[in-house]
Write a protein that binds this ligand. Sequence first.
Ligand code: GDP
Ligand code: MG
Length: 196
Amino acid sequence: MEKTLVVIKPDGVQRTLIGEIIRRYENSGLKLIAIKMLVPTPAMVEKHYLVNPEWIKNVGEKSIASYKNKGEQPPFKTSAECGQAVLARLKKYMSAGPVVAMIWEGSKAVGIVRKITGGTEPLSSDVGTIRGDYTIDSYDLSDSADRAIRNLVHASGSVEEAEKEITLWFKKDELIEYNLVLEKILYDVNLDEILE
Ligand code: GDP
Ligand code: MG
């Protein structure tokens, strides 16, 4: 079983999509084992993204690629500088209002949550995903306004990222271990408890 962190970002809360977003993860069969609402500080946001030391470089490379895609010159030469700029934007965005932080648990939970969430840029994320269905932001729009791309939710990118992020956002006693009736259908080997 894996655990993964989902954060409904300030735009998701303001768009009154909390229920809709939770429904998507809940309907998949994953189990909600922790949830709370809070306003993150910029320092907390920085810690959150820097749990993965590779993140600055990766996000910088992604950002440079998106400028080149548009036929534009990136504002910074190195991916590290570009990554720092994205981080500065994210600190402003993520601390702008309340967010809803959750932990979802289940078999392959990290990948399933990423699939339901969709790709980073709502313009190009798949139809049927949260980011693809409920918003319209693009790198074009966000970069020209020098702000983070508003894509409604954060979802951990890997099992390792998830473990570190969960420790950052939740205390141990905020996670609840319990059984869900539906787990019998998802995980029971023989399905031998349905019939009398
Ligand atoms: P995610 O795992 O799909 O959320 O994407 P990343 O971890 O790479 O990036 C974290 C967040 O930074 C994204 O959800 C966006 O809000 C923002 N972001 C990432 N890349 C860019 C970019 O190239 N430009 C802008 N404006 N924002 C970005
Ligand atoms: Mg990420």
